[in-house]
Design a binder for this molecule. Structure first.
Ligand SMILES: [Zn+2]
Length: 349
């Protein structure tokens, strides 16, 4: 890596904005932008200087125009979904429906996959843009019904991670995570609002949860927004970074534990379900590895007042994932996948 001036400035900005929380890898290309979200609740909030309400700029929520919410695919959709049930280890994903076929991936216990086709002993699933096979006896297969308008009038708070002075993860080609996920958020807002959802962003021309002096104030702005606007769900969009260039995959986090500082999301079951549904739609759409869903202590999830997830769409320090994430058609595909997951979520309520 050449010591370029721009990179040095970017590094300084990251250090300045997230100093106590950002894990710096030895290689500047592998900056993790995620450290800052695993911080305890603000222990010094009570003694800080009073300041303007960070979300005073929130505008009254206007219902989305639902006149064209009846999309072309308006009828009830059904699909089969398999949930991996294992006592230990992972379920092999194979190229073909025999034990002789090459193992090309693994599904963790509890993963949910769409069932494209059922053979006697094998099930065909979507995998990395094509399809693959897993052993049928380890899947619990159930039918899911999606009502496309189940989420009409629901308010979704969408949180494109980082922003302002904080670029988040930085890829080797200098792609910023904050810029990348912004593109996904804009497309998701567009697609969701066509289906009748109202989408409020944590950073746009109306709300700006960035560049606070304190990381706590920034995270409080983000995690408190759903409460302020009467939101129903909170979805934080991120892309990961890792010191290992081979590390890749899509993962969705939720919070159903209080072992960090006693705080926990008040909707652990709903958050977990939302995470499962989003992971099962978005992971095969992105086409990277399946890192499953995970119960973590991320601030924006556990300090939220509504069911909340944080999705790492892929890993920006992995060349294959970066290519997938930067593909021009991917934001719209992911937006449709998110919409299907939300339709499914609200169909089940
Ligand atoms: Zn991030």
């Amino acid at each position: 890596m050449k010591p370029k001036k721009t990179l040095t400035i970017a590094l300084m900005l990251i250090l300045l904005s997230t100093l106590p929380f950002t894990a710096l890898a030895s290689d500047g290309d592998s900056l993790s932008g995620e450290g800052y979200v695993v911080v305890p609740a603000n222990p010094v909030q009570a003694v800080e200087e009073p300041k303007a309400d960070p979300v005073e700029s929130v505008q009254p929520v206007e219902a989305a125009d639902q006149s064209d919410s009846a999309a072309a695919d308006d009828e009830v959709q059904e699909r089969l979904v398999g949930t991996v049930k294992l006592t230990s280890g992972n379920l092999n994903i194979r190229k073909g429906p025999t034990l002789e076929d090459e193992v090309i991936g693994k599904l963790p216990n509890g993963s949910r996959v769409e069932v494209l086709e059922q053979l006697d002993e094998w099930v065909k699933i979507p995998y990395q843009g094509t399809s693959a096979y897993v052993s049928k006896p380890y899947l619990v297969i159930a039918k899911e019904t999606i009502k496309p308008n189940a989420g009409a009038s629901k308010i979704i708070v969408l949180d494109p991670g980082h922003g302002g002075k904080d670029p988040g993860a930085i890829a080797s080609d200098k792609t910023y995570e904050s810029t990348l996920v912004w593109g996904y958020a804009v497309k998701a807002k567009e697609v969701l609002e066509k289906s009748g959802y109202t989408v409020i962003m944590t950073r746009d021309e109306k709300n700006s949860c960035t560049d606070y002096k304190s990381i706590y104030d920034e995270l409080d702005c983000r995690s408190g927004l759903a409460n302020k606007v009467g939101g129903h769900l909170y979805i934080s969009l991120h892309a990961d970074a890792n010191p290992s260039k081979n590390f890749r995959g899509t993962v969705t986090f939720y919070n159903a534990r209080n072992d960090l500082d006693g705080y926990q999301n008040p909707f652990p079951q709903e958050s977990k379900r939302l995470a499962e549904l989003i992971q099962s739609q978005v992971q095969p759409t992105v086409g990277s590895k399946d890192r499953g869903v995970d119960n973590k202590n991320y601030y924006v999830n556990r300090m939220n007042t509504v069911p909340s997830v944080l999705i790492e769409l892929g890993v920006m320090t992995n060349a294959e994932d970066l290519k997938l994430l930067k593909s021009k058609s991917m934001p719209e595909k992911v937006a449709v996948a998110l919409r299907k997951a939300l339709d499914q979520y609200f169909s089940e309520l």
